[in-house]
Design a protein around this ligand. Structure first.
Ligand code: AMP
Length: 344
């Protein structure tokens, strides 16, 4: 059996093909610069056509879909109604869901008989209770406009849970862990008895930890000040908070490899601010979980930077807790989710 995984972005399409029986990666192709000026690939249809794959050999396609809103609490077969629902969620994730949908539609046109499955980045956090997902805003902001915490990176946190439980020799439903997905985007998740009970990303992936180029938690009044006093437009504010902040904003570089080589004050300070935020979230989640079997480090930074891991754990309280390093594999998790859906 062969399952393809597609992560379709606005200007890129990542494609991986797995042989399920052998758990072997058969193909790994990325098409970049889709629709950009001077690019030879004008749209997602051409991107799919350019792949070196015979769609007749594929048994199912799993798509990463960033936002499942409140509707999708699990992975689903894609039909017309699902396509419509993903389209309805575009306002909640304008950059992502539209591009994810484009990938789904193109595969449908190109290979209409292959079952397609949507795997949502938000679904793992569907177990959050109201006290975890509601913001202290007027309640109608939630009721009328669905403004709430959704959480992201769910596919990664779900994969890390499975792996961590196996490494700890525990059943998933008995596992209490804090997972740290520390990549260019970063999020923490408190997992109690195998379920996400809190996570650091919120209504969008901007909230929470200090990331490569995103600020994470800030006082929301800063944005109002930028708009009212500094006359920064909404679009500019979006750009500042998402693309010009985080490590990049603090020290001019968003790659921890480079920052670790530096000896200047701003590089050290940027890392210290990032580390402190991680520790604050761990502290909060330890109180929510009460029992913590392990803290799991993952993502490009969590997997590779021993210095970051040691700095996080170098604390009287945290020293007593086991830490694990697990290489995340969102595509493999999507394959596993597809297999579950195909069994239904
Ligand atoms: P990801 O988004 O998970 O691919 O993570 C990418 C980030 O991981 C890069 O921007 C780096 O900051 C970080 N990274 C990758 N390799 C290393 C390394 N060997 N040491 C420290 N950080 C690393």
């Amino acid at each position: 059996m062969k399952i393809a995984v597609i992560n379709s972005g606005s200007s890129s399409l990542k494609f991986k093909l797995f042989d399920v029986q052998r758990m072997q990666l058969l193909l790994d192709e990325t098409v970049d610069h889709i629709g950009e000026q001077n690019s030879s690939v004008h749209n997602h249809h051409e991107a799919i056509e350019s792949l070196h794959v015979n769609f007749n050999e594929i048994d199912a396609v799993g798509h990463r879909v960033v936002h499942g809103g409140e509707r999708f609490v699990d992975s689903v077969f894609i039909d017309d109604a699902v396509i419509e629902a993903i389209a309805d969620l575009i306002p909640l994730a304008p950059l992502h869901n539209g591009a994810n949908l484009e990938g789904i539609k193109v595969v449908r046109q190109y290979a209409p008989n292959i079952p397609q499955i949507a795997v949502f980045d938000t679904a793992f956090h569907a177990t959050l209770k109201k006290e975890a997902f509601l913001y202290a805003l007027p309640y109608e902001m939630y009721e009328k406009y669905q403004i709430r915490r959704y959480g992201f990176h769910g596919t990664s946190h779900a994969y890390l849970l499975q792996k961590a439980a196996a490494m700890l020799g525990k059943n998933v439903q008995d596992t209490n862990i804090i997972t740290l997905h520390l990549g260019n985007g970063a999020s923490a998740c408190a997992i109690k008895k195998g379920k996400s009970i809190d996570t650091s990303m919120g209504f969008t992936p901007l909230e929470g930890l200090v990331m490569g180029t995103r600020c994470g938690d800030i006082d929301p009044a800063i944005v109002l000040y930028m708009q009212k006093v500094l006359h920064v437009s909404a679009t500019e504010a979006d750009e500042i908070l998402n693309k010009k902040s985080g490590l990049l904003g603090l020290c001019g570089d968003n790659d921890v490899r480079n920052i670790e080589q530096r000896s200047d004050e701003s590089g050290k300070l940027a890392l210290d601010i990032m580390l402190r935020r991680i520790q604050k979230y761990i502290g909060a989640y330890m109180v929510l979980l009460e029992d913590v079997d392990a803290i799991v480090f993952s993502g490009g930074i969590g997997e590779n930077s021993q210095r970051v891991r040691e700095a996080v754990m170098n604390n009287k309280i945290l020293k007593k807790i086991k830490s694990l390093v697990i290489k995340t594999d969102e595509e493999l998790q999507i394959v596993n989710e597809c297999l579950e859906v195909l069994k239904r």
